[in-house]
Unconditional design. Structure first.
Length: 762
């Protein structure tokens, strides 16, 4: 083994090779691996479990990283002092690591006393790792899970050809399908899916994915194979793929495992091509501004801007190389410790103009110098102290001005509104949305709800006293007549009265004299009262009455005293119509509550089509009977409501598709910017056609990082004038804390101290 090729890896007292950390940062978790290079191969010594990041900010990430590193070295005798990073895709842009993320990594390295060696994207490292494990560049659909999102990556022959972030729902199959449908790909998709993350039990998800007919819904040759990666696979990938590049950049002789050969069929003659010929190796990419940022990083699959081979073109002796590396490390650490202060005069440069101060020496020398004036010495001492104080204060003020002020900038933009009337179909027989034909899967929801509603009564009822008195009943027949209680008498104005007692009336008697006959009618007194209350039933004495069912030639009656005492007044009461109206009111109320309940159960994820609701009234009751005196009537009922619904996300996908042609290239739909007005729903053969007025609010796309660069160090009034050049600008709000006076009152000169929020101006 050539020891010269292994340096700068140094050996510790236990003769173990120097180890390095690999830190993978995910969404809400971190993982750590410890690795070294032995016999030309990157070997992983240990890995940690995924450690959750509890809380927000750099401090929370620091705590989780410290725990993960402690776990990784717990079972091995190693104390790494350098680290490579495995970063998620959203930490990096076309210029390298994003500024705010770069500050986070610098914070971690400073607190943990680590030297950063470089970085690699997690997905790229994973692809390289699988290539080494399997011997061929993978072609698959990689799906990374976290609590809120799926990252769906389409990989062909080891190259990432597309990536989509999809919001997670309860239907994992629909989420994956949505991600795949976004790829602008007309040929066949790879028939393999790779599931990975750190916290998810994939067995249930795997079964759901296997049960879906992918080859029927999307362009798969057959049902894809589902592979589940072990939890530590991703951090091992960072260590192996990234570690190989770091080792090469440090001058180590790192060899790859022997490549498997992939046969390529030809009609002429068989040929072979190694994997290395099919896919490019990882290349190191230099980061700009090395003096103020992290050291040179690397990323998988990108064009190298600083080839490592150019840095290690000759063999360096062991002792010399070690000494140079250590010296370089010291210079880098010293360079990182410098603050990026503004160009201020150096207060200590005044010392160049001062004479050399006498220093206390021996008694002899002191005596020899004692003839010089002591007053001059004191003057120079005062000057030196003053210069030191002024330099310290000036440097402190400069540091404060450069680092402490922070600005919060809110930019309000006027939205551009586009709209279009569309007809879409809601089909309860399908399960996935068809954006091309405007077809949305629907579902019939059923809700049973109980409640009551109170209405005012509209009926009336009389109350008061009945008129009473006595009458004499005359029997004009030859038979004895007996009238029972409640026999009806017809009085003046055809008003009705009733007997309050039974009475028997004797028959008439005849007296004959000469040629004539005189009849004496039978008679009897009886008590009566009016059939209803009211003063209209009062009757004068001698008023005539008839007896119901008898003619005036048979029975008559005469009031032998005034019929009096009748009074009345009108009161509000329950009518028959009131009961009908009450039942209708409670039904409408419960229908509305049922729709609200459906929306509440599903948050903002459900669209309810009101025109499709049907109600079935179960038990119902009223608190008053018809004719009963009451100001209000309360109806209580149980109602079962069925109604057509659809997922809001599916609904909005169709509307976005319909409006897509109207969206300018430099605009995007705002958050919650999709609105719709359902005009009508037509149902025929279980197919519901919905007329919708679709509307979207658009905001221009702005480059936040570029804006920060343009406004840093500028005065607020200058910044506001600059903002007026932005498209659709409405107004701005700028807050600088602390607010410095006069010419110092600019925005911070560090972009990391400026936060920008772009909002829609209502």
């Amino acid at each position: 083994m050539n020891l010269g090729n292994l340096l700068p890896l140094k050996k510790d007292s236990n003769q173990n090779l120097t180890a390095y950390f690999a830190l993978e940062i995910g969404t809400g978790w971190v993982k750590v691996a410890v690795w070294h290079v032995v016999e030309g191969q990157v070997k992983v010594l240990s890995t940690s479990d995924a450690i959750s990041v509890e809380g927000k900010g750099d401090e929370a990430l620091l705590r989780a990283t410290d725990m993960a590193m402690a776990s990784a070295i717990e079972t091995i005798s190693a104390d790494p002092s350098s680290v490579i990073f495995g970063l998620p895709e959203d930490w990096v842009d076309e210029n390298g690591i994003k500024a705010e993320r770069r500050d986070t990594l610098k914070f971690l390295c400073g607190k943990l006393e680590l030297k950063p060696l470089g970085y690699v994207l997690s997905i790229d490292a994973l692809i390289t790792y699988l290539k080494q494990e399997q011997g061929t560049p993978p072609s698959a659909i990689f799906i990374r899970f976290n609590e809120l999102l799926l990252l769906v990556s389409l990989v062909e022959l080891g190259k990432v050809v597309g990536q989509e972030n999809v919001g997670r729902s309860e239907d994992v199959v629909a989420d994956v399908q949505e991600g795949l449908m976004r790829f602008k790909k007309t040929d066949q998709l790879p028939s393999r899916m790779v599931l990975y993350d750190s916290h998810t039990d994939f067995e249930d998800i795997k079964q759901q994915l296997l049960s879906f007919p992918w080859e029927k819904e999307l362009n798969f040759l057959h049902t894809p194979k589902i592979d589940i990666l072990e939890p530590e696979a991703s951090v091992k990938a960072v260590a192996i793929a990234g570690g190989k590049e770091v080792a090469k950049s440090l001058g180590l002789d790192v060899s790859l495992p022997e490549e498997k050969q992939v046969e390529i069929e030809s009609s002429a003659q068989p040929q072979t091509a190694t994997v290395a010929e099919q896919t490019p190796e990882l290349e190191v990419q230099a980061e700009p501004e090395i003096s103020q940022e992290l050291p040179v990083g690397f990323s998988v699959g990108q064009q190298a801007t600083v080839p490592i081979s150019a840095q290690t073109s000759e063999t360096i002796p062991v002792a010399q190389e070690t000494e140079e590396i250590e010296q370089t490390a010291k210079q880098e650490m010293s360079q990182k410790a410098k603050l990026a202060l503004p160009a201020l005069p150096n207060p200590f440069s005044l010392f160049k103009k001062l004479p050399k101060l006498p220093l206390p020496v021996s008694k002899k020398a002191e005596t020899a110098l004692s003839h010089k004036p002591k007053r001059k010495l004191r003057v120079w001492l005062v000057i030196v102290v003053a210069v030191l104080l002024l330099g310290g204060v000036g440097g402190g003020l400069a540091w404060f001005y450069w680092n402490v002020p922070k600005a919060e900038v809110t930019i309000y933009l006027k939205p551009k509104v586009i709209s279009k009337k569309i007809d879409l179909t809601v089909d309860t027989e399908i399960t996935s949305v068809n954006t091309e034909d405007f077809i949305v899967p629907g579902k019939i929801e059923e809700v049973t709800i109980e409640g009551s509603e109170t209405i005012a009564t509209t009926g009336s009822v009389k109350t008061g006293e009945k008129a009473k008195g006595k009458v004499t009943i005359y029997n004009k027949t030859d038979k004895v007549r007996t009238l029972t209680e409640d026999t009806i008498l017809i009085g003046p104005e055809s008003l009705r009265y009733v007997l309050t007692e039974s009475v028997t009336i004797a028959s008439r008697s005849a007296q004959t004299s000469d040629d004539s006959v005189t009849y004496s009618f039978g008679k009897a007194d009886a008590s009566i009262e009016a059939a209803e209350v009211g003063a209209e039933y009062n009757a004068a004495k001698d008023s005539d009455f008839g007896v119901k069912d008898f003619s005036s030639d048979q029975l008559t009656a005469t009031a032998n005293e005034a019929i009096s005492g009748g009074t009345s007044k009108s009161l509000q009461a329950v009518s028959k119509q009131d009961r009908t109206d009450g039942l209708e009111a409670v039904t409408k109320k419960l229908e509305s509550q049922a729709k609200e309940k459906l929306a509440g159960q599903n948050g903002d994820e459900l669209v309810v089509f009101p025109d499709t609701s049907e109600s079935d009234i179960g038990d119902y009751s009223f608190n008053h009977e018809t004719g009963e005196e009451a100001d209000t009537l309360t109806a209580t009922a149980t109602v079962t409501v069925t109604i057509l619904t659809a997922k809001k996300s599916d609904f909005e996908l169709v509307m976005v598709k319909a409006l897509q042609s109207q969206i300018p290239d430099n605009f995007s739909i705002t958050e919650n910017g999709i609105e719709s007005q359902i005009d009508k729903v037509k149902t025929e053969d279980d197919i519901n056609t919905v007329s919708v007025q679709a509307q979207a609010k658009l905001l221009p796309k702005v480059d936040i990082n570029q804006i920060k660069e343009n406004i840093k160090g500028k005065y607020p009034n200058v910044v506001e004038q600059y903002f007026k050049t932005l498209p659709n600008f409405s107004r701005t709000k700028i807050t600088v804390n602390p607010s410095l006076p006069g010419s110092l009152g600019t925005l911070p000169r560090k972009t990391t101290n400026i936060s920008i929020d772009v909002k829609q101006d209502e």
